[in-house]
Design a protein around this ligand. Structure first.
Ligand SMILES: C[S@@+](CC[C@H](N)C(=O)[O-])C[C@H]1O[C@@H](n2cnc3c(N)ncnc32)[C@H](O)[C@@H]1O
Length: 354
């Protein structure tokens, strides 16, 4: 049965939140706060459900025509850029709203410590992207299916990765795998056989993250860096920290810098904490979306710890982890818009021992 509703807000996954007249919350894709529409329930659970938009009656004032022919909400559209339906200032505003509500959900009061969101250009920023191939097509997966949508141009790729997409299309028959990575660290001729692995996907925002780290980090003696990758942030940390030990399970081509020791290990292994020395005064962590559930145990073992910098690509797990810390208080939360046109949000939280 259809019902009329207004989209009140966005969930942390970027879905529209509407309320049924029976009081139940439903989540909807492809809508924006302020939209009024006719909705139909697709899945109903005990306390919430999912619905789809059947008819848009009144558009949110934030809406715009998405400037990409592949953007959409059906199975024939590319699965990316679901927020392209709204103008960029509205996207930034909603990311801040989501961040605040995630903090509230975890009983954290961040309002007085929250900086303005740091952003750069809304298009042409992506330095790395996974491209899929089947017999006929080269592009991205469609929304919630593995069908490959043939893509000739992508608005969020940076000029080099866009040119790489064109190069791959010209060399379609030479691609022998079902996926390949565009990567602006690579020359075109290396694309077919090289995967350099994780890279912060927005080079300019990555530099702005480093600028913030440098600005807010004070002098420390002994630093512990978790999830260091190949040392993207290690060098900037080392400017303020006398010695740094950096852990990740895969450290390929780490930067070479005196005073930094890189160690390859599984941080999620239950014995990891036993392996750590217990005299660090600074902790930097940049985990995958799953966060670090045993952060409070790690921190309580470190009696000298004064400062924590938690960089996160999923603030829901970051605030979950931070909420477990008893003796540390938040002094700054800096959001970064590393992935415009999507609900994805990067944030740095700085904590000091209270
Ligand atoms: C968000 S990335 C951050 C990487 C790095 N800080 C950077 O900026 O390039 C998360 C990192 O977590 C690492 N990682 C994922 N699971 C891990 C595990 N179980 N143990 C150790 N490192 C892990 C990945 O290798 C990846 O480098």
């Amino acid at each position: 049965m259809e019902f009329e509703a207004i989209v009140e807000s966005l969930s942390y996954k970027g879905l529209g939140v509407i309320k049924h007249s029976n009081g139940k919350i439903f989540y909807v894709e492809g809508v924006w706060p302020g939209d009024i529409g006719h909705f139909e329930i697709t899945t109903e659970k005990k306390s919430y459900g999912y619905a789809k938009l059947n008819k848009l009656i009144k558009k949110s004032p934030d809406r715009r025509d998405p400037p990409c022919i592949y953007q959409g909400n059906d199975l024939k559209s590319c699965g990316g850029c679901s927020w392209m339906i709204a103008n960029y200032p509205a996207q930034l505003r909603e990311k801040l709203n989501i961040l605040k509500s995630l903090a509230r959900y975890n009983n954290l009061n961040i309002n007085e410590f929250l900086s303005d969101i740091i952003y750069d250009q809304e298009f042409n920023y992506k330095n790395r992207a996974q491209i899929h191939k089947d017999d006929m097509s080269l592009g991205f997966h469609s929304k919630s299916s593995n069908q490959v949508i043939d893509i000739k141009e992508c608005k969020i790729l940076n000029p080099k990765t866009q040119n790489q997409l064109v190069y791959l299309r010209k060399n379609f028959n030479k691609i022998k795998t079902d996926k390949v990575f565009l990567d602006d660290r690579l020359d075109d001729s290396d694309l077919l056989h090289t995967n350099l692995g994780f890279n912060q996907g927005n080079t300019k925002i990555n530099e702005l993250i480093k600028t913030s780290i440098n600005k807010y980090l004070t002098k420390h003696l002994k630093g512990l860096e978790l999830f260091c990758g190949s040392g993207n942030y290690s060098k900037i940390l080392k400017l303020k920290v006398d010695s740094l030990k950096a852990y990740d399970y895969k450290i390929s081509n780490p930067i070479s810098e005196q005073g930094i020791t890189f160690v390859e290990t599984d941080i999620y292994n239950k014995n990891f904490l036993d392996l750590l020395e217990n005299n660090y005064d600074f902790l930097f962590l940049d985990p995958p979306r799953s966060g670090l559930k045993n952060l409070s145990q790690l921190v309580s073992n470190q009696k000298n710890l004064e400062t924590i910098f938690y960089l996160s690509c999923d603030p829901s797990t970051m605030f979950r982890d931070i909420a477990t810390l008893k003796k540390f208080k938040i002094i700054k939360v800096i959001p970064f818009d590393a992935y415009p046109q999507s609900a994805h949000l990067e944030a740095l939280t700085i904590l000091k021992r209270s």
